[in-house]
Design a protein around this ligand. Structure first.
Ligand SMILES: Cc1cc2nc3c(=O)[nH]c(=O)nc-3n(C[C@H](O)[C@H](O)[C@H](O)COP(=O)(O)O)c2cc1C
Length: 393
């Protein structure tokens, strides 16, 4: 059973409703929920819990003074406290008249100093929480209760200036002209405002070109449907030119118009920087509540949809996404096994395609998708080495 501290302050009771909803659900999920208003809480409450959900109203663009008071009481004891426990997960809820963002900086800095990692998006209610807000609070309580303990948790907040890793100046995405570009801007423009990284979105109608550019290492991310991606990996027909064919694609994120049906995959090359993928995924997850309303398709670009897709995808999981899922306690042995097996197959296709081209060169067969002789050579080679087909389920 997990011991979760629900630590909050609420003047008119709005935040209190949110905290109580989250705590009740955490109890239902089997956790021990300790609910304390900050004046009643003591130092040991924080030391002895395994996770924390904080709550405050927004007062004069800051957390409530009485909420802050708890932290001020311990003075330099904080420094000792930090050494008394390892990294712990936390999340927070806020009720505000206008917006809760202004509390973010102090709460994040405070918790970061204490070795806490924010791992779930903040629930923000406007004044009295609506039923939808309370549903989100319950979901938060359950997620925290069901979180598996980990040695490390991903840090979803933008890295501090002193941090070793920095967001690059630009992140390059190549995607479908029209809808793909709209979706990328819907989240990319917010990312740019927040972390200062410009998302350069290249429109490309031709899917073959999109994947070619990834193979050449020109972009960090590309999008593709399941079918397009599987055809590319098997170097079928239009994907079988010398400079196209498979690249070692890895899964990063997903969005779709209708849940798990016809998903659009956000892909990276296996060599795309692991920490960039880790931070990108963390940012998407953390900001899901803010981006989901910015484009119809982004409504399903969340962790739930991703986990459904990962259960039956033919794609290996990118190392950065794996790191993130490990951090939030959702990386299972089953994912490890299937991702490993998928990686072996995808990389085998990449290698086989290259080997077959070398053979074709020796026989002076032109490697072109409109050359039937080449298509036959490639087809025969795949049969000869008994490489399994990639199945799109
Ligand atoms: C004195 C006072 C100052 C407030 N300042 C802000 C503010 O700066 N920004 C904001 O978004 N809401 C502000 N509010 C609105 C509160 O955040 C909102 O009423 C909230 O629901 C209070 O939560 P609580 O009942 O849990 O304390 C203020 C309210 C009061 C009474």
């Amino acid at each position: 059973m997990k011991r979760i501290l629900f630590l909050y302050y609420s003047h008119s009771g709005h935040t209190e409703k949110m905290i109580l909803a989250a705590a009740e659900e955490a109890r239902q999920a089997g956790a021990e929920a300790i609910v304390k208003k900050t004046p009643d809480a003591v130092r040991e409450d924080l030391v002895n819990c395994e996770a924390v959900i904080l709550g405050t109203g927004n007062y004069f663009q800051k957390e409530a003074g009485m909420f802050r008071d708890y932290w001020d009481r311990y003075d330099y004891d904080w420094l000792k406290m930090k050494t008394e426990f390892g990294i712990k997960p936390y999340a927070w809820v806020v009720s505000a008249g206008v917006g809760g963002d202004s509390c973010t900086l102090t709460i994040n800095n405070l918790m970061k100093d204490l070795n806490f990692r924010r791992i779930f998006p903040t629930v923000i209610a406007f004044e009295d929480p609506t039923e939808d807000d309370l549903v989100n609070c319950r979901k938060l309580g359950r997620q925290m209760a069901e979180l598996k303990p980990a040695d490390d948790y991903p840090d979803l907040d933008p890295p501090s200036k002193q941090g070793r890793w920095k967001w690059p100046e630009k992140v390059r995405v190549i995607t479908q002209k029209g809808i793909g570009v709209e979706i990328a801007h819907a989240w990319g423009d917010l990312l740019a405002q927040e972390v200062g990284t410009k998302l350069v979105v290249a429109p490309e109608t031709d899917t073959v070109n999109r994947f070619k550019m990834m193979k050449a290492g020109r972009f960090h991310y590309a999008t593709g449907t399941r079918t397009e991606t599987s055809q590319m990996i098997m170097a079928n027909r239009i994907y079988s030119d010398r400079d196209s064919g498979p690249f070692p694609a890895r899964a990063v994120w997903i969005c779709s118009r209708s849940g798990a049906d016809s998903p659009i995959l956000l892909l990276a090359h296996k060599d795309t920087n692991k920490f960039l993928v880790y931070r990108s995924v963390g940012w998407l997850h953390q900001n899901y509540d803010r981006i989901k309303g910015r484009h119809e398709w982004l409504k399903s670009a969340n962790l739930d949809t991703l986990l459904v897709e990962l259960k039956h995808t033919f794609l290996p999981v990118h190392d950065g996404l794996k790191l993130f899922l490990q951090g939030v306690g959702l990386w299972t042995n089953a994912f490890e096994e299937s991702s490993e097996a998928n990686a072996v197959l995808v990389d085998r296709y990449c290698q086989a395609f290259q080997e077959c081209q070398d053979m074709a060169d020796e026989k002076e067969v032109a490697v072109r998708h409109d050359n039937p002789e080449w298509l036959e050579t490639w087809g025969n080679y795949k049969r000869e080495i008994s490489i399994p087909l990639i199945k799109v389920v």
